[in-house]
Structures are given as structure tokens and as C-alpha cells.
Design a protein around this ligand. Structure first.
Ligand SMILES: *Cc1c(COP(=O)(O)O)cnc(C)c1O
Length: 375
């Protein structure tokens, strides 16, 4: 039996450790996709596994309104890690839910309903978040979606200034687009979004679900820009693969966030996994390691295949290689001939989002494999 939603891959994965996945014949695959950035600390980091085991034996679940040490510990960690003064924390179970909450909070805090989103943006697949996701392919079968969303060209400051007005509750965007093709924000763009929001009292919502947790060489990608958002969302790798999302807000948004809730908000086992993951990210200094490895990888890729592709771009360990012909056709060859797992981003971009614990040798293997397959 297989899922009617996911298309099956020919590999049957049995085990993960560090930067490797192992199939049912014991073959090791270098995992430069990390199942869409879900394992920043590496597969089955021993601290995370131990924290889950311990917590599972103590308390699997108690409702969110009871204070529990492990959940309070997570509130504290996320609160102190949040960019700027985004230190009020809502916990949920996925990326789309974190954005769903962000959109609700922005509406409630401003008393307005219009949302501005960007072309090629991806914010999730539940009805509200989907309304801010750009691709028709994801939207069309499910129309009508939540209303009041206006799309503007990603990177166009003038279009943003024009779209944000006194009816706008919030602007939602990624500091570097992931699904949309690894598109970094142009210089000065996030500042201009900040100004547009300030001019009209709208909430600036940054979706850092793919870019956050050290991925781009800083804990949050927004740290590369001189800006503080009003709301930041995270998910993907925050609990190393257990389901978790979080919405971090400034006071003015949190204070008027309105009624919201979720049964599993900050469940103890997931919270334990998140605490351990965040501790590993901080203690092993993984954002800085990602910056160094990312520089190395980008430089080596540029030198090895720069001439054969349209562009190599990205920041830290969020790398896109825009190839001249379909990216998808390269993935099976990388997997089967080179035991390298990567991801697509749209039709023409090959995407690398490895665990942040990769070393130079892993990067060299990837560069060698790509020069053979792409070159
Ligand atoms: C993956 C992703 C989401 C959705 O997260 P889910 O956990 O799949 O709901 C939202 N925004 C961005 C930028 C993402 O990369």
C-alpha cells in the first residue's frame, strides 16, 4: 500500500545518522535535501533521541494550559532566540499552522483583513496559508480560498509600497524564497517592506520556516538585513523531525492576538525534542558553521559548474543551482550513481538544504557528483 498523495521514490529508507540516510540494503546516501530542511542537527542526533526517550517515559501529553517544565523551557528558548523583540511565542504543529496563526494574529491585532503576499512565495497548504501561496497548481483545485490577499512581485519595493495601505493587516514573505526557486531578497528590499508596514501600521510577517534555525549562516535570515519583523514563523527542523511550528510575535501583535488554540500546542515530547535541537544548534555553533560551509560550497560549485549552469545562488547552506534543462531529471542520477540526495525547487532549480553538520569532505563529494551529472 502507498499514499495516494505522495509519489513514491524507489529508495526504501531504514535508518538515518548524521548527514546520511541508509536504505534497506545498507547503502549510505549523503542527504543534501534533509527532507526539506527538517534535520539541521543531523539525523537522529543522540541528544535529541535521548531527550525524546526520557520525556516519553515521564509524560506524553498534558493540555497546554498546565504549566510543564519542558514546555516552559521551550517558551524561554524561543523567546530569547527570536529576532529583535519577537519574544512572545505561540506553539503549533507545522509550518502552515504557524503561518495560519500569524495571519490570524495580524488580522486581530490590526482589526483589518487585507494581506499582501509575494509572487513565487510559499507559505503552506491549509486554506488560509494557501491563500498566500503563489502557485496556481497548489491553489486552483481548492478555490475559493480565504479572501483579501493581494500579490506583488517579490523584490519590487515600489510595488510593495503601493500595495500596503490603511486596510492592510499584514505582509507575509520569505527573506529568501525556498520553493519559489532559492531567490534571495534583493539588497534593501526587506527594509522597504518594513517601511511600508510602519507607514500604515501593518504587521510584517517573515516566514522563516525554511530559512531559519541557522540555515543561511545566521540564526534567522533576517539578521543579514537591518530589520526587525513583527512576526516570525518557524517549523521544519525545530524539533528534528517531530511535528512542531512556532509563531514569534512582538508585544503589540501578541497582546491583541485574539482567541486561538490547538490541542497539541507544545506537547511535552515534541517540546523535549525542540529543546534538545535548539541546544545543539546553539552549543555546536551551527549557524556559523553553516556560514563557513556554505561559502565553501558556493565557491567550489561556482568554480566547478559555474559555466555549465545558468546560476549558482544562495546563502549559507540554502543553495540553488539553476540548470539549463529540467532539474528533476538529474535527481535520480545523483541518487543512484552518486548516492547523493537533493531536491528540486520549481522546474529548473536544484536545491541543496543539507543538515548543518556537513563538513568540507561532504561538500567536495557533492561538487564532484554535480560536475559529473550537470557538467
Ligand atoms: C515548508 C514550508 C511551509 C509549510 O510547512 P509545513 O510544515 O509543510 O506546513 C511554509 N513556508 C515555507 C517557507 C516552507 O518552506
Amino acid at each position: 500500500m502507498s499514499s495516494f498523495v505522495f509519489s513514491e521514490k524507489p529508495l526504501r529508507i531504514e535508518r538515518g545518522e548524521g548527514v546520511h540516510l541508509y536504505d534497506d540494503s545498507g547503502t549510505a546516501f549523503l542527504d543534501f535535501g534533509a527532507s526539506y530542511a527538517v534535520t539541521p542537527a543531523g539525523h537522529c542526533h543522540p541528544d535529541v533521541v535521548e531527550a525524546i526517550r526520557e520525556q516519553a517515559g515521564e509524560l506524553l501529553y498534558v493540555q497546554g494550559s498546565y504549566p510543564v517544565d519542558v514546555r516552559d523551557g521551550l517558551y524561554e528558548r524561543l523567546s530569547s532566540l527570536g529576532p529583535g523583540d519577537c519574544d512572545r511565542v505561540w506553539l503549533c504543529n507545522s509550518g502552515t499552522e504557524a503561518n495560519e496563526a500569524a495571519l490570524k494574529f495580524a488580522r486581530s491585532a490590526t482589526g483589518r483583513s487585507k494581506i499582501v503576499a509575494t509572487t513565487r512565495g510559499f507559505h503552506g497548504r491549509t486554506m488560509g496559508a494557501l491563500a498566500t501561496t503563489w502557485k496556481d497548481e497548489y491553489r486552483d483545485p481548492f478555490e475559493p480560498l480565504a479572501g483579501g490577499v493581494e500579490f506583488v512581485e517579490y523584490g519590487d519595493s515600489a510595488a510593495m509600497a503601493e500595495a500596503v495601505d490603511d486596510e492592510t493587516a499584514g505582509v507575509i514573505l520569505e527573506p529568501m524564497q525556498g520553493e519559489g526557486g532559492i531567490n534571495p531578497a534583493p539588497e534593501g528590499y526587506l527594509q522597504s517592506v518594513r517601511e511600508a508596514c510602519d507607514d500604515h501600521g501593518a504587521a510584517m510577517i517573515l516566514d522563516e520556516i525554511q530559512t531559519g534555525l541557522g540555515r543561511t549562516g545566521a540564526f534567522w535570515a533576517v539578521e543579514h538585513h537591518d530589520v526587525t519583523p513583527d512576526v516570525v514563523t518557524t517549523a521544519k527542523g525545530v524539533a528534528s523531525g517531530l511535528p512542531m511550528g512556532a509563531t514569534l510575535c512582538r508585544d503589540w501583535v501578541a497582546e491583541d492576538a485574539g482567541p486561538h488554540g490547538s490541542t497539541f500546542s507544545g506537547g511535552p515530547v515534541v517540546a523535549a525534542a525542540a529543546n534538545a535541537t535548539l541546544d545543539v544548534l546553539v552549543e555546536e555553533d551551527l549557524p556559523n558553521h553553516a556560514a563557513a560551509m556554505g561559502d565553501h560550497l558556493l565557491t567550489e560549485l561556482q568554480a566547478a559548474i559555474g559555466e555549465d549552469v545558468r546560476e549558482v545562488r544562495g546563502e549559507g547552506l540554502m543553495v540553488g543551482i539553476e540548470v539549463k534543462r529540467g532539474a528533476n531529471r538529474l535527481l535520480p542520477k545523483l541518487a543512484m550513481s552518486h548516492q547523493l540526495l537533493a531536491l528540486p525547487a520549481g522546474r529548473s532549480v536544484l536545491r541543496l538544504l543539507p543538515p548543518l553538520v556537513v563538513d568540507e569532505e561532504h561538500c567536495t563529494r557533492v561538487v564532484d557528483a554535480l560536475s559529473e551529472v550537470v557538467g
